[in-house]
Design a protein around this ligand. Structure first.
Ligand code: TXE
Length: 484
């Protein structure tokens, strides 16, 4: 294993920073259980240094011409692309995701976000509102210092999805990665400096939840964007409310994937595979409740099992590997418990369900049949490679059942009937829907949840609304009327 120990645990004001007084953060390679790097959680002094330098850099950054800010983002995108191979390898070590995924889905997706917002930066303007003589003009202003808090499934992508729109709007960002994937965001911080960003504009503070919590309520923080679980989202949202801070919450899901009787079965099976087994099932928008019309459920299930049996589980750094380990042993245990719950609830275990012998936090891709709506495996976010097949008879029934969840992140459907596709999508309670696809999240499209899955939107122009505020300026062209 190559040496991945960073020069310091944090990246602040343009340089690596270390404070060994902070609690240890072991970075464990999930494929072997080996500790590949040891970092230290941020102490209050480190947190203070990060916020102070971000506040300083934000003023300098916001004073630049927008086109100059955009150029820095575009350069950062180009560097991510040039280093894609090296960054993908690090991502695979940090997360355990297969290299064949990380080569196309992580630094590459981060680069797209930076390209998109790099181009958008100089187009962000206010408007003029005529009032018949007097007029109003608006100024789109940055919020200030934004705090990004990341989950462990997509450390590079999450950092870029938050940083790119934040910086485009003239903000600075302090990013707190998940404690189980502390490595990748540090590289992004290096790249921003190389791309010409002022020192302090994008700082990385590693630590546990308490380090992030201490920043959520700091008076220097104007906005908090979290990707994580619903319980953490509730805590962070409530804490941010105290100071009336802006928030974006990208939280969990239990999304439906509906396969109608006229669907193209091979495409539907491909989508179900992507919606459940990509990144070993550790994706918030996964379509884990696969509703299949009763007329085709046997054919669909047979093809799904046939194809899933061929999945290559193995070393994430082997280009042949399609399924890597879970992120941690704790997460694997949680998933194994859900598999036991599913069996006890009467679901039929059709495939997998076991943790293979040997090192690493592996778990077989698992398929349950005969799942019913009230089972916990159909109601709770498992966050692992567990697919549940539920059957349905008609459209109104499946729409009602698909919506019968506290979550609302995503939904997908397969049909050749376009009238039905649009009719059903209009009724689905989800922030992102796919027709005859699943889990594609291009930067050009807004992404985010409804109900308990979150508030705000990432990506696209929609994110600009969540990283800026509008000032209205009334301009009088005549005398002031007063009563006396
Ligand atoms: O997430 P958390 P964890 C789900 C998934 C998983 C479970 C727990 O089901 O099993 O969540 O994972 C920081 N104030 N998802 O523990 O706790 C924390 O340090 C401020 C789904 O990793 O939500 C980390 O950086 N910050 C999800 C981030 O929040 C706090 C992706 C997320 O941690 C904090 C990840 C606090 N009080 C997990 N407590 C998805 N749907 O995408 C923790 N953090």
């Amino acid at each position: 294993m190559k040496n991945v120990q960073p020069k310091g645990s944090h990246f602040i004001d343009g340089a690596y920073v270390e404070d060994t007084a902070g609690r240890e953060i072991p970075c464990v390679y999930a494929a072997t259980g080996e500790t590949v790097a040891t970092l230290h959680a941020a102490t209050p002094a480190v947190v203070d240094q990060a916020l102070a330098s971000a506040a300083r850099a934000q003023k300098e950054w916001a004073a630049l011409a927008p086109v100059a800010r955009g150029r820095v983002l575009s350069r950062a995108a180009a560097i991510l692309r040039e280093r894609n191979e090296e960054l993908s390898e690090l991502e695979s070590i940090d997360t355990g995701k297969p290299i064949q995924e990380t080569l196309v889905a992580d630094a590459a997706s981060g680069a797209e976000a930076l390209e998109y917002y790099g181009g958008l930066t100089a187009t962000l303007t206010g408007e003029t509102v005529p009032l018949g003589g007097d007029f109003v003009y608006t100024i789109r202003e940055p919020l200030g210092v934004c705090l990004g808090i990341g989950a462990w499934n997509y450390p590079t992508q999450i950092a870029c999805w938050k940083a790119a729109p934040a910086l485009a709007c003239g903000n600075a960002m302090v990013f707190k990665p998940s404690e189980v994937t502390p490595l990748c965001a540090l590289k992004l911080a290096e790249i921003f400096i190389e791309a010409g960003a002022p020192a302090g504009l994008f700082n990385v503070v590693n630590g546990y939840g308490d380090a992030a919590a201490s920043m959520v309520t700091d008076s220097r923080v104007a906005k908090v964007s979290l990707t994580g679980s619903v319980p953490t989202g509730q805590k962070v949202y409530a804490a941010a409310a105290e100071g009336m801070r802006h928030v974006t919450m990208e939280l969990g899901g239990k999304s439906p994937l509906i396969i109608f009787e006229d669907a193209d079965i091979e495409n539907a099976v491909s989508a179900a595979i992507n919606a459940n087994f990509y990144s070993t099932g550790q994706i918030c928008s996964n379509g884990t409740r696969v509703f299949v019309h009763e007329a085709i459920v046997d054919e669909f299930t047979e093809r799904l099992l046939e194809r899933t049996r061929k999945a290559i589980i193995g070393d994430p750094l082997d280009p042949e590997t399609q399924i890597g380990p879970m992120i941690t042993d704790t997460q694997r245990q949680k998933v194994l418990e859900y598999i036991e719950i599913g069996k006890a609830e009467g679901a039929e275990l059709l495939l997998g369900g076991h943790a293979p012998e040997g090192a690493g936090y592996y778990i077989e891709p698992t398929v349950f049949g005969n799942v019913t709506d009230e089972m916990r495996i159909a109601r709770e976010e498992i966050f692992g490679p567990v697919l549940s097949i539920l059957t349905f008879g008609d459209e109104a029934e499946v729409v009602a059942r698909a919506n019968d969840t506290e979550f609302g992140l995503a939904a997908g459907l397969f049909t050749k009937d376009f009238t039905r596709a649009h009719r059903v999508v209009a009724q689905l309670q989800a922030g992102t829907c796919w027709i005859n696809e699943y889990n594609l999240t291009p930067v050009e499209a807004p992404f985010g949840g409804v109900k308990m899955s979150g508030v705000g939107r990432e990506n696209a122009r929609a994110a600009i609304e969540h990283y800026s505020q509008v000032k209205s300026v009334y301009v009088a062209m005549g005398d002031v009327a007063a009563a006396f």
